[in-house]
Design a protein around this ligand. Structure first.
Ligand code: LMR
Length: 327
């Protein structure tokens, strides 16, 4: 009896060990908080993937630069230390110049136009455009339109940012945009922005309502101007070699989970930004500066010369296709 029980226990232990071994652990790392469009979409992806592939995959989501920050996440993906990341489209400069199209100021009127462009042939081709560098794009995830904030009382016209220091993402287009305004841009990882604003290392930054809210930037800025001058949007990328080597059933399950999580996240993104805008207004810490049509035209005029500088790298055809996505 005793012998039988111990044989059974041994068999069970072996079976459990085998199951544990068969379970694939997949890491998804990103830099924003859970309560943001990207944070929510990543959690949804985990839930769906684990539901579709029970016992086969575990997805671990690491938000808020906990595992890898901006500086490391792309390298880590290529080294196989993480399987999914979703950097902002502004952070692929080193891998392709084509994605710079998304950073051109005042190119897209709104997120619908961005979505329209991404769903078309050009957007789909861009997902595959970094395969030669080992990166495969699986989806575009939306955040929202960018607003401009500073530690000054006045932020209405381009002249108001002259000489100010701005934190920017890792993007040459954004660097040119602020230089065009006579401001001093400084490339900096997302995780460092709050402290840089708080201590006055920089005077301002540009971001979506959801990032301004979840990172508490509104607590250390005086004015946020509703410029809607650009977008923060993401590409979910994976390691192309790893992806190609996946068993067919796992690849199928993950692809479906990705498609569904994308639809979910992209549907809730604008609501999150809208409610975060309200929360910021209610908090009463930073003033939200509404802009007149004339004000917006002035910003547009001041920033648009940047387009010409990047036209050759991006390609006029891509810029025109993007423009056509506006209604
Ligand atoms: C930023 O660095 O400001 C954003 O790209 C962060 C993010 O992922 O939304």
């Amino acid at each position: 009896m005793k012998l039988l029980a111990s044989i059974a226990a041994g068999a069970l232990a072996l079976a459990l060990a085998a199951a544990a071994q068969a379970q694939m652990v997949i890491k998804f790392s990103h830099v924003v908080a859970d309560n943001t469009p990207k944070g929510q979409a990543a959690i949804k992806f985990k839930e769906l993937a684990e539901k579709k592939l029970p016992g086969k995959v575990t997805v671990q989501v690491f938000p808020s630069s906990q595992l890898f920050g901006d500086a490391k996440e792309l390298e880590a993906l290529l080294l196989g230390d993480v399987q999914f990341i979703a950097p902002s489209l502004s952070k692929f400069d080193r891998y392709t110049k084509k994605l710079q199209v998304f950073d051109l100021p005042f190119l897209f009127d709104d997120v619908d136009a961005v979505d329209h462009f991404q769903s078309g042939a050009n957007g789909k081709a861009l997902l595959e455009s970094m395969k030669g560098r080992g990166l495969l794009g699986l989806a575009y995830w939306h955040n929202g339109m960018k607003q401009l904030s500073t530690n000054k009382d006045k932020l209405q016209r381009p002249d108001d940012v002259k000489g100010l220091k701005f934190r920017i993402q890792q993007s040459d287009v954004l660097e040119a945009q602020f230089r065009q305004l006579g401001a001093n841009p400084q490339k900096m990882a997302f995780a460092e922005v709050y402290q840089a604003l708080q201590t006055g290392v920089v005077d301002g930054q540009e971001n979506t309502w959801s990032n301004i809210y979840s990172q508490k930037f509104f607590e250390v800025q005086k004015t946020i101007a509703e410029t809607n001058h650009g977008i923060v949007d993401y590409m979910v990328v994976t390691n192309a070699k790893w992806w190609d080597g996946l068993p067919a059933d796992v690849k199928k399950g993950l692809s479906e989970a990705m498609a569904e999580a994308t639809a979910y996240g992209n549907k809730i993104a604008s609501d999150i930004n809208e409610s975060d805008r309200k929360r910021i207004a209610e908090a009463g810490k930073a003033k939200i500066q509404k802009l007149s049509k004339d004000d917006v035209t002035a910003w547009r005029k001041a920033m648009e010369p940047v387009w010409k500088k990047f036209e050759a790298d991006i390609g006029r055809d891509l810029i025109d296709a993007a423009l056509k996505s506006n209604k």
